[in-house]
Ligand binder design. Structure first.
Ligand SMILES: Cc1ncc(COP(=O)(O)O)c(C=O)c1O
Length: 396
């Protein structure tokens, strides 16, 4: 445990009306859940945010002026410095565009680059908003199922190429690191994806939101790719997972090509996505300039939680197989050995153990044999959840 930060304490989640905990939301979504539930579903952490972020937000709040601002120099330098220090990429100021969350940005991107009847290609299972952003806008999804082997996901490159040639998708939205599954793609894999997209005239959009909590291995940003791929690339990210700032609804994109950037920015302007959220902007700057030590400490804490969870599942949960999680705090578990489906198991755990875990069918395709846990909480709570689930094992 870090001497400076205490991750064994919870933030009061009633004050921020967290969807993860809110009784009304839980009753709507999981009406069968026991009264004293432990939520392990939505990707949200229960720790108080980094002290530097809290201080910056208090300063803005106490100053009392909340008028229209703009993405000023402090924001751009914080992003450029962070990307350089943490991810080894030299981002130019012009590449960066601030927006109101990664998920809304995905909607705008689809709208900007797809025409009616176009399709997008996704490696599935994948984070559900990748799919509903397409549905909401009337675009078809081509599902490229990931190969599950030895507790890891692999991309089926042959199929990917075949689908590119057959369906001509406009966008490949690539989750790197991958959610769910926590797989970190190697630079070779990312380059192979980029090459196939480039050859097939398909825009590569890479969501790197989960790149801040690394459990093992090395994360590579797509911005490390050779120059020839950069003209066909959009990278989306935010500190929202790393620093748990999702409610501030602020994120940004990095787009090396002026041509691609212009199309995207035009779409943002058409929707008046211009001045940033004052709090979101202040939080990004504080997190990136002063939050590094906190991020390293929390990553160590999450790594230990993951290790303990892996040991527990391996020795005590019948029919559960934990995937190797290289990034994030969201273990993905293959529960096919229980003989139950993910939906049956999730409902059973909520009802009997009072533990609400993520049902793999929520993700876009191929999740029906998986559940997702959330270790973004003090270890006492995740341990209690595991003990409760052990006491209510479901094996058919
Ligand atoms: C892959 C992925 N992208 C984006 C998001 C949300 O990002 P933001 O808070 O910046 O909208 C999540 C949240 O869980 C995610 O898993």
């Amino acid at each position: 445990m870090s001497a400076k930060f205490n991750f064994d304490v919870m933030a009061d989640r009633s004050l921020d009306h967290a969807r993860k905990w809110d009784r009304e939301i839980i009753q709507q979504k999981f009406p069968y859940a026991k009264e004293d539930y432990i939520p392990m579903w939505i990707a949200d952490m229960d720790f108080p945010a980094a002290p530097a972020v809290r201080k910056a937000l208090v300063e803005v709040a106490e100053n009392g002026a909340y008028g229209y601002g703009y993405a000023h120099d402090g924001f751009y330098s914080a992003v450029m410095s962070w990307q350089h220090r943490r991810h080894n990429v030299d981002v130019e100021r012009d590449w960066i565009t601030l927006a109101y969350g990664t998920v809304p940005t995905i909607h705008y991107l689809y709208q900007a680059f797809c025409q009616p009847n176009d399709c997008v290609i996704l490696n599935t299972p994948v984070y559900d908003p990748f799919g509903y952003a397409a549905h909401n806008n009337g675009f078809r999804i081509i599902s490229n199922p990931l190969i599950y082997q030895d507790r890891t996901y692999y991309i089926d490159f042959d199929l990917f190429e075949e689908q590119m040639q057959r369906f001509h998708p406009r966008i490949h939205l690539f989750c790197s690191p991958h959610n769910p599954g926590g797989r970190i793609w190697t630079l070779e894999e990312i380059e192979r994806v980029a090459e196939i997209c480039y050859k097939n005239n398909c825009l590569l959009v890479v969501d790197e939101v989960h790149c801040e909590h690394i459990m093992s291995g090395d994360f590579h940003s797509a911005l490390q790719l050779p120059d020839r791929y950069l003209d066909n690339l959009i990278v989306l990210t935010s500190p929202n997972k790393g620093f748990n700032l999702g409610g501030l609804k602020t994120s940004y994109s990095m787009i090396p090509s002026a041509r691609v950037r212009d199309v995207f920015r035009h779409r943002l302007e058409m929707n008046s996505i211009t001045s940033p959220n004052t709090f979101g902007c202040a939080a990004i700057i504080a997190a990136y300039n002063e939050g590094e030590e906190w991020l390293d400490a929390i990553t160590d804490y999450l790594r230990e939680s993951y290790k303990q969870t892996a040991d527990f599942i391996e020795s005590r949960m019948k029919g559960w197989e934990l995937m190797h999680m290289q990034a994030s705090y969201l273990p993905w578990v293959n529960i096919s050995g229980t003989g139950a489906t993910a939906t049956e198991l999730c409902e059973h755990m909520a009802r009997e153990a009072g533990v609400i875990v993520g049902d793999g069918t929520f993700y876009v395709d191929n999740g029906s044999q998986f559940i997702r846990l959330n270790l973004g909480c003090p270890r006492a709570l995740s341990s209690e959840a595991l003990l409760r689930m052990e006491a209510h094992q479901l094996v058919r």
